[in-house]
Design a protein around this ligand. Structure first.
Ligand code: PMP
Length: 398
C-alpha cells in the first residue's frame, strides 16, 4: 500500500491537453489555433528585437544573480505602475499603488487571490461566463467559492450587458469581481468605454472588489487605450486589483513576467498592503526570478528600446487585425454563406467562432485544425500560409 494509492488522476488541462494532441497528430497540414500564443506570419514565435537588444546589453555587462527583493526589481515595479496607471498619474505619484513583480499574469492573480482570502475569507468570487478557465481554478484553489456573471450572449454574438449589470447589482457587498481589462479571453468581445462607465458605479454602490486582469495590454487598441479602463476605476476612487502579464506583449511566455498592483486609499495603506503581499510571496516562492523582469525593466525604462517595443507590439496588433479581415474574406470565398463579419468586431488574440463542439471536433479529427471545443480560435496563430487551408476546412464543417 503506497502513500499515493488513493490518488486519482487529475483531468488534463483542456488547452495544454489539446497541444499534446496536436503534437502527436501526423497530419502535415495541421494548424494549432488552440493555445493563446502569438505567432508571426511565418508561424514562428517571435523573439522581439527590443528584447534581443536588452539581452545583448545585459550580456555585455554580466551581472551576478543574487536574490531579488521579495517584491521584485524596483525599476520593474515602477515601470509597471507607469504602464498601467500612467507615469504622471496622481495615484502613482502619491504612492497609493502597491506593486509586486509576479510569476506571469497567473502569479499576479494568485498573489491577489491569496491576499484577498486573508482579507475577506467569506467573499465570493465572480468570473465572466465564459472566462479564461484558469480564473475559476485559481480562485477556487485559493479557497473561494467561484460563481459567474453573465457576459457572452451566443444568440446575439455580443456581450449581454444588461445581464452583466443585473448580476453585478445582485452581488453581495465584498464580492470579488474578476474583469478582463481588455481583449476578453475567450470571446474577443470587450465592453465599450461607455459600458465601463456604467459598470463602475455598480461596483462602487454595491461595495464590490474589482480585480482587473490585464493580460493583453497593447493587443487591443493600443497601450494607452487598453489601459484607459484602469484610469476610470482609479478616477472613481475605487481600491482595485490589477494583474499584469508581459507574456504576450513581450513574447516572453516562458520567462514568466507579470505583476500585481493594488490601489490603496493613501500611501500609508499602500505600504501596509505591500507588506502583506510580500508575506504571500515569501511564503510561496520567496522572491521572483531575475531575468525576465530585468529584460522588461530595461526595455520599458530606456526610451529607444521602449519605442522599439511599442513598434513591435503594434505590428503584432495590426497583424492580428489584418488576419481577422482575411479570415472573414477567406471564409466567404470558401463558400461560407453565413455572415462571419462579427470576427472583425472581436478584439485581441481570440475569436469565438460560433462553431459548435461537434464542428470543432470534426475540424480537429478530419482536418488537423485545432481550436477549443467551445469554438475559440487563436487568430494570432493564423498566417498567410495557413489561412486558406483553415478557411477551406471551416467551410467544410459549417
Ligand atoms: N489572464 C488571462 C485572461 C489570460 O488569457 C492569460 C494567459 N493565457 C493569463 C491571465 C495568464 O498569463 P501568464 O501566462 O502571464 O501567466
Amino acid at each position: 500500500m503506497s502513500l499515493f494509492s488513493a490518488v486519482e488522476m487529475a483531468p488534463r488541462d483542456p488547452i495544454l491537453g489539446l497541444n499534446e494532441q496536436f503534437n502527436a497528430d501526423p497530419n502535415p497540414k495541421k494548424v494549432n489555433l488552440g493555445v493563446g500564443v502569438y505567432f508571426d506570419d511565418n508561424g514562428k514565435l517571435p523573439l522581439l528585437q527590443c528584447v534581443q537588444a536588452a539581452e545583448k546589453a545585459m550580456m555585455e555587462k554580466p551581472a551576478a544573480r543574487g536574490y531579488l527583493p521579495i517584491d521584485g526589481i524596483a525599476a520593474y515595479d515602477n515601470a509597471v505602475k507607469a504602464l498601467v496607471f500612467g507615469a504622471d498619474s496622481d495615484v502613482v505619484k502619491s504612492g497609493r499603488v502597491a506593486t509586486v513583480q509576479a510569476i506571469g499574469g497567473t502569479g499576479g492573480l494568485k498573489i491577489g487571490a491569496d491576499f484577498l482570502k486573508k482579507l475577506n475569507p467569506q467573499a465570493r468570487v465572480l468570473i465572466s461566463d465564459p472566462s479564461w478557465e484558469n480564473h475559476r481554478a485559481l480562485f477556487a484553489n485559493a479557497g473561494f467559492e467561484v460563481g459567474t456573471y453573465t457576459y457572452y450572449d451566443a444568440a446575439t454574438r455580443s456581450v449581454n450587458f444588461d445581464g452583466m449589470l443585473a448580476d453585478l447589482r445582485a452581488a453581495e457587498p465584498g464580492t470579488i469581481v474578476v474583469l478582463h481589462a481588455c481583449c476578453h479571453n475567450p470571446t474577443g468581445y470587450d465592453l465599450t468605454p461607455e459600458q465601463w462607465d456604467q459598470i463602475i458605479p455598480v461596483v462602487q454602490e454595491r461595495g464590490l472588489v474589482a480585480f482587473l486582469d490585464m493580460a493583453y495590454q497593447g493587443f487591443g487598441h493600443g497601450i494607452k487605450e487598453d489601459g484607459a479602463v484602469i484610469g476610470k476605476f482609479v478616477a472613481a476612487g475605487l481600491n482595485i486589483f490589477v494583474s499584469t502579464s508581459f507574456s504576450k506583449s513581450f513574447s516572453l511566455y516562458g520567462e514568466r513576467v507579470g505583476a500585481l498592483s493594488v490601489v490603496a486609499a493613501d500611501k500609508d495603506e499602500a505600504a501596509r498592503v505591500l507588506s502583506q503581499l510580500k508575506i504571500v510571496v515569501r511564503t510561496n516562492y520567496s522572491n521572483p526570478p531575475t531575468h525576465g523582469g530585468a529584460v522588461v525593466a530595461a526595455v520599458l525604462n530606456d526610451p529607444a528600446l521602449r519605442a522599439q517595443w511599442e513598434q513591435e507590439l503594434s505590428e503584432m496588433r495590426v497583424r492580428i487585425k489584418a488576419m481577422r479581415q482575411t479570415l472573414v474574406d477567406g471564409l466567404k470565398a470558401a463558400g461560407v454563406q453565413q455572415d462571419m463579419s462579427f470576427i472583425t468586431q472581436q478584439i485581441g488574440m481570440f475569436s469565438y467562432s460560433g462553431l459548435t463542439r461537434d464542428q470543432m471536433v470534426r475540424l480537429r479529427d478530419e482536418f488537423g485544425v485545432y481550436g477549443t471545443d467551445t469554438g475559440r480560435m487563436c487568430v494570432a496563430a493564423l498566417n498567410s500560409k495557413n489561412i486558406d487551408y483553415v478557411c477551406a476546412s471551416i467551410a467544410k464543417v459549417i
